[in-house]
Write a protein that binds this ligand. Structure first.
Ligand code: C5P
Length: 328
């Protein structure tokens, strides 16, 4: 199945169906923007415009920024939360959330505004799609706030114009992604699993990592069958790669230490880098093992950012923001 979006981009919402979502209680819309995690990332070629062709198994972790949207006459954005300071140097007008809002207003002809607050929990420039997932959440939220919608192919095109990872973030479920991020396919079902996300605290620029990459191009390696459990998923991923790892380590050697330290943690089935880094993930079967590993690692490396989180199946970003259970 290519280029499909699940609700709520299709327009049907919990609210429409008379559901219990608290999203609309006072006219405020709350949307979760979960961390994007590349379980694999093969660089398969390079286009004439410099963008790289990729093949990647993308999933989302139950750890997220929140985008809060309130009715207003004009568009505004405030960034708050533990990682807001990392965006302090970025002029607000350059923030991808506002660029997403302007693009949606232009595409739909909406003249409404929104007071947008971004609660920044995820590390910035970290390979877990912070800006992309925020932009996708803003698009979902604004479509609801403004009561507008776009055909799926038009919405995905708009998303791709904001950033290569925005379409996959908009889709909001495990996805096999290729091209430069515009070809989205349904992968085989993935098992329940937990991810420990660890970042050594050094921001990495995606263009710089792509520039530092050398060597041959890889090939597509889609999963051919559904792994029956987390261990089988780890075995399938172990013969696949993140082709940006060596380049990222050349720029931030500490990533090598993160990967080695995580691999040695009890219960860690596999550790790899996400996206262009520097965030790495460890794969665990159970929440208990993942949290125990996080506790041990926190003692060993107190300077690193780390969070345990479940691997999400298809999720509703509105329900996720309200802390309701995710859908597998
Ligand atoms: O599209 P996005 O803003 O996420 O990409 C940032 C930069 O990363 C691009 O300008 C490009 O240098 C590099 N990139 C790439 N190939 C991709 C995605 C990103 O070369 N598929």
């Amino acid at each position: 199945m290519e280029q499909t979006l699940t609700r709520p981009a299709s327009g049907a919402t919990q609210q429409d169906k008379g559901g219990s979502s608290a999203t609309f209680v006072d006219g405020t819309v709350r949307v979760a923007a979960p961390a994007k995690v590349n379980l694999t990332l093969h660089v398969t070629g390079r286009r004439d415009d410099g963008y790289h062709l990729l093949h990647s198994l993308v999933v989302f972790a139950g750890l997220f920024d929140r985008v809060i949207l309130e009715p207003a006459d004009r568009l505004s954005l405030e960034v708050v939360g533990p990682n807001a300071s990392a965006l302090a140097g970025v002029p607000t007008d350059d923030n991808i959330v506002l660029r997403a809002a302007w693009a949606l207003a232009a595409a739909t002809g909406s003249r409404k505004g929104a007071r947008i607050t971004l609660h920044k929990m995820l590390p910035v420039a970290a390979g877990i799609g912070g800006g992309s997932t925020d932009a996708a959440a803003a698009l979902h939220g604004l479509m609801r706030l403004w009561d507008v919608r776009l055909p799926t192919d038009r919405l995905l095109q708009l998303a791709g114009g904001l950033g290569a990872d925005v379409p996959v973030c908009l889709r909001g479920r495990p996805t096999e992604m290729s091209g430069v991020g515009e070809i989205l396919r349904e992968p085989p079902p993935l098992p329940a699993a937990w991810l420990l996300l660890v970042n050594p605290g050094v921001p990495l620029s995606t263009p710089q990592v792509f520039k530092a990459r050398s060597g041959d191009f890889g090939k597509d390696m889609p999963l051919s069958e559904a792994p029956r459990d987390a261990a089988a998923l780890a075995s399938a991923l172990a013969v696949r790669r993140n082709d940006l790892t060596a380049a990222a380590i050349s720029l931030v050697p500490e990533i090598g230490r993160v990967l080695a330290t995580m691999a040695a943690l009890p219960g860690c089935l596999l550790s790899r880098m996400s996206g262009s880094g520097a965030t790495c993930w460890g794969l665990f079967t159970t929440e208990y093992e993942c949290r125990a590993a996080a506790r041990a690692l926190r003692l060993e490396s107190p300077g690193w950012w780390m969070e345990p989180a479940p691997l999400l199946g298809a999720f509703d970003p509105f329900e996720l923001a309200e802390g309701q259970p995710f859908i597998r």
